[in-house]
Design a protein around this ligand. Structure first.
Ligand SMILES: *Cc1c(COP(=O)(O)O)cnc(C)c1O
Length: 429
């Protein structure tokens, strides 16, 4: 049994001080049960908790740490920046460097604005799309997560092709009614919807590689349809690349698929583990942002020198593309080893993978829609999660969350993980 004495003590106190003891709900371990380990230290692929337990980490802070924990180049960049002061509220050279690094390499963006989180990035991009089109309504897809701004905390209403209802208390129903939630992987529904409402729709927003509710890899045809519908109805296409940007390749899912959005949102990787987000896109759109244009958006700590420095250090190591080849190789290694076990025993498990993003689905086929995930299989995930943790592997504490490989994972880490999964699957089935 894992000794979590110190984590248990901290968690008990944390619950008195912060709702659920956490600052982001999934960390409370409600889906898998038990006490979350309080992490004290990370190095490469390994995290260590307050009780000294060590885990191979496949959460990687939910995606930002593509080089693993405490990479020396990133730590040095932060240290160097911090020596000169932590924030000025004035322009600084780091902002220009990070903007240049991104804008000169990502063909479909002309300008960028940095913010402090993915939530802020998406919220601002939606406002910009509304400012640009003079329309209020937006479309999102069931199973995509875009942060917690009011416009995005919306569920599908009853029946297809209706505007939504809020998925959280505190979201005004007038706001929810401006967001339509449609199914992924379904050209017919989105086409019919746009034919009816297209002239009122400011933006279609999608995670081009949906990775927040399982890994629901979309068909190229579906993404192409969104692009052509946006062209036809003068709607802004927003790719939310907070996870996929700089992870699948430097220019993200847009570059991979060759489908280019009007606006893109970033977060996670661009901050090198510090809090950063950004929205970016075509010059005519970005020129509507204050102080040049009339769409207002601001931030006290936006473009923070430490966060910019960490982002520069990380993107600098990504820009030649070699890391993506090595991550793909590791991803394939993991996939082949796990798939061989699944085939041999005919387990009802499918590994979805896109480069260094992976998701274990307890089903015989890959799913592309949120509604195709069978919630009863989450008990299997819970069993697996507990077993893996007790044996030194940290998976995200929910079966709806994906895993992330980092450059710090070795074949040995992966092989240990595969061997443990084989053991627990045998117990489960
Ligand atoms: C994580 C995430 C967000 C929200 O970013 P935060 O920094 O947590 O606010 C938005 N969109 C996608 C696709 C994400 O994965």
């Amino acid at each position: 049994m894992l000794n979590l004495t110190k984590s248990e003590k901290l968690f008990a106190e944390a619950k008195q001080l912060m709702p659920g003891g956490v600052n982001s709900p999934v960390r409370a371990f409600l889906s898998v049960g038990g006490t979350p380990p309080f992490i004290k230290k990370g190095e490469g692929a390994i995290i260590t908790d307050e009780d000294g337990n060590r885990y191979v980490d496949f959460c990687n802070s939910w995606g930002p740490l593509i080089f693993g924990h405490a990479h020396p180049a990133i730590l040095n960049a932060i240290r160097e920046a911090a020596e000169n002061g932590t924030s000025f509220g004035t322009p600084c050279q780091y902002e220009v460097e990070l903007a240049r690094l991104i804008v000169t390499r990502v063909k479909h963006i002309d300008m960028i604005r940095f913010v402090n989180s993915g939530t802020e990035a998406v919220m601002s991009a939606l406002r910009l799309a509304r400012a640009f089109t003079g329309r209020d309504k937006i479309v999102k897809f069931e199973g995509c997560y875009h942060g917690h701004s009011d416009m995005m905390l919306v569920n599908a209403g009853s029946g297809l092709a209706t505007f939504g209802i809020s998925s959280s208390l505190g979201v005004p129903s007038e706001t929810a009614r401006n967001t339509a939630v449609l199914p992924l992987d379904d050209e017919t529904t989105v086409t019919q919807f746009m034919e009816k409402h297209g002239k009122d729709i400011a933006a279609i927003a999608i995670e081009p590689i949906p990775a927040n509710n399982g890994l629901l890899i979309q068909r190229l045809e579906f993404l192409k349809t969104l692009r052509s519908l946006c062209d036809r109805f003068g709607t802004v296409l927003i790719f939310d690349e907070v996870i996929s940007g700089f992870r699948v390749q430097f220019d993200g899912a847009a570059g991979y698929y060759g489908i280019f959005p009007d606006l893109v949102t970033y977060g996670k990787i661009i901050g090198g583990g510090l809090p950063v987000g950004a929205y970016a896109g075509r010059r005519d759109l970005m020129k509507m942002v204050a102080p040049v244009g009339k769409m207002y958006q601001a931030g006290t700590l936006s473009g923070n020198p430490l966060a910019m420095a960490a982002g520069i250090a990380q993107l600098d190591m990504l820009k030649d593309g070699s890391v993506y080849r090595s991550l793909e190789e590791k991803g394939r290694h993991l996939e082949e080893a796990l798939s061989a076990i699944v085939r041999k025993h005919n387990y009802p498990i499918t590994l979805s993978r896109f480069g260094s993003i992976f998701w274990l689905c307890f089903d015989r086929k890959a799913v592309r829609r949120a509604s195709d995930i069978d919630p009863t299989t989450m008990t299997h995930y819970k069993t697996m999660h507990r077993f893996m943790m007790e044996n030194g592997v940290y998976l995200a504490p929910s079966g709806y969350e994906v895993g992330f490989l980092s450059d710090a994972h070795t074949h040995e880490h992966l092989d240990t993980t595969v061997a443990l999964m084989a053991r627990v699957w045998k117990d489960i089935f």
